[in-house]
Design a binder for this molecule. Structure first.
Ligand SMILES: [Zn+2]
Length: 387
């Protein structure tokens, strides 16, 4: 049964009920003019019509209510403490005593049925509003989602993190050191005295005569050794370096290096080879091979250059590897005894291995990029290829 049908049913039920009784009160619709007595007479007919008319109008008004606020208003007007029905109830006392019971029962019956109709209407309005809200807030699941623009790591940052992670898995800790460094730490303690020709290997920015922008991460070796000596040491030193270079496809004035340093009583050259082979395979593929060539660095003795198989031709020889099949990866060697002493170690007790690599060079090798300047131009057309 629908709500309106229920209300109609209720109205006729009230009318039937009222008409079957012989109440004596006289009701005026919308007012309490219950002059039960008209002189010594009482008018049953007028009373029946008044109650019936009131019940019908109240029910019709309820059926027309569509908003919760109007529902509230209707309740106060009819069923509230000062509502119409309450006033009818109060007027029962003015009826002749023998008629009061029947009259009270009839009004209570109307009250109960109006309450029921009110609850039914209240539920119906809530359901209607819920349905309207669900319709208005309906989510179209077939709609394609909006594109999410998320950032990503710069290829150099990504490579730096990958290198650090690889060495951390081998037991290395990350040690950071200053980018603005003393000449003493940057050169002299690394076995490069003033006016030594080895200084020509790094075109250095001098802040003052004794302060430089570090041209390599190697001064971090001295700082790490002085912090941990005489304990064994296993660290990597990542960070930015600066050199007074022409900006060309092969060189930039700023670049990242990662230096590695392992010092301890059992350290051997074969450890260096094993660590670097594992590193090369982690970064460039499980079938990578490395090659060591004798070289010179002032702070290592002996010193080597380490190559990997050309990533483009897989060792067959091509233009990139100048038909050698190998690409230069990094420099390495056993830590020079004088550097160990400067770091606070006894070269009779411990030995050290060290290696240093350019992060940008790793990126160029992996992605076969032929110009380092792309990495510093902040061109999103280039950078988004790596996200
Ligand atoms: Zn090649």
């Amino acid at each position: 049964m629908g709500i309106n049908a229920a209300v109609n049913f209720f109205v006729y039920a009230v009318l039937d009920r009222v008409r079957s009784r012989s109440c004596m009160a006289v009701f005026g619709v919308g007012s309490v003019s219950c002059g039960c007595y008209q002189g010594s007479k009482w008018s049953s007919r007028v009373e029946q019509e008044a109650v019936a008319q009131y019940a019908e109008q109240a029910a019709i008004a309820l059926a027309a209510v569509a908003q919760p606020a109007d529902l509230e208003t209707w309740y106060h007007a009819h069923l509230g403490r000062n509502g119409e029905l309450t006033r009818y109830k109060r007027s029962v006392g003015q009826c002749p005593p023998e008629q009061r019971k029947a009259m009270g029962a009839a009004i209570n019956q109307v009250a109960v049925q109006l309450e029921q109709a009110f609850r039914a209407r209240s539920t119906a309005i809530k359901l209607q509003q819920l349905a309207a809200r669900m319709q208005a807030q309906r989510i179209d699941v077939t709609l394609p989602p909006r594109t999410k623009h998320s950032g990503g790591y710069h290829p150099v940052s990504a490579m730096l993190r990958e290198i650090c992670t690889t060495f951390c898995h081998m037991g290395f800790a990350v040690f950071e050191s200053p980018q603005v460094e003393l000449d003493e730490v940057c050169f002299q303690l690394l076995n490069i005295p003033k006016h030594h020709p080895a200084r020509d290997m790094q075109d250095t920015f001098f802040v003052s005569e004794d302060v430089v922008l570090r041209p390599h991460t190697s001064p971090g070796q001295i700082r790490a050794m002085r912090q941990f000596a005489p304990q064994p040491l296993q660290v990597i030193l990542p960070g930015l370096c600066y050199r007074y270079e022409d900006i060309t496809p092969r060189s930039e004035i700023q670049f990242h290096q990662v230096e590695g340093l392992l010092v301890g009583p059992q350290v051997r050259f074969s450890d260096l080879k094993g660590i670097l082979l594992r590193f090369a395979r982690a970064i460039f593929g499980a079938d990578q091979a490395i090659r060591m060539r004798g070289s010179y660095f002032p702070f290592t003795e002996p010193s080597v250059e380490v190559d990997i198989k050309c990533t483009l031709c897989d060792g067959a020889g091509c233009r990139v590897c100048k038909h050698s099949g190998w690409l230069e990866l990094l420099g390495a060697g056993m830590v020079h005894p004088r550097v160990l002493i400067n770091g606070g170690y006894d070269p009779q007790q411990v030995r050290g291995i060290a290696f240093g690599m350019g992060v940008e060079r790793m990126v160029l090798l992996r992605y076969q990029i032929d110009d380092i300047r792309y990495l510093f131009q902040n061109d999103l057309r280039f950078l988004t290829q790596f996200v």
